[in-house]
Design a protein. Structure first.
Length: 74
């Protein structure tokens, strides 16, 4: 699976004007299949990582609600 870091790095490189696939692959550490997958499915990865962020934020909010205030611990 492609990591968020790899996706963001590819996106930044492409936005900055780098079009050499070999250079992008070397800088990000991807195989040619992984890079092709990112470039062909940019919208999917945007939605996927937004959903992951939303779920993580929701999990952290629920965890914060379950914690006792510091003055009630002990």
């Amino acid at each position: 699976m492609i990591s968020r870091f790899q996706f963001d790095a590819v996106e930044k490189l492409v936005d900055s004007g780098v079009t050499n696939y070999v250079q992008i692959r070397q800088q990000v550490g991807l195989t040619s299949d992984q890079l092709n997958d990112i470039l062909e499915n940019v919208d999917y990865y945007h939605k996927y990582f937004e959903e992951q962020d939303r779920l993580e934020k929701q999990r952290l909010e629920e965890e914060a609600k379950r914690k006792k205030p510091w003055w009630k611990r002990g």
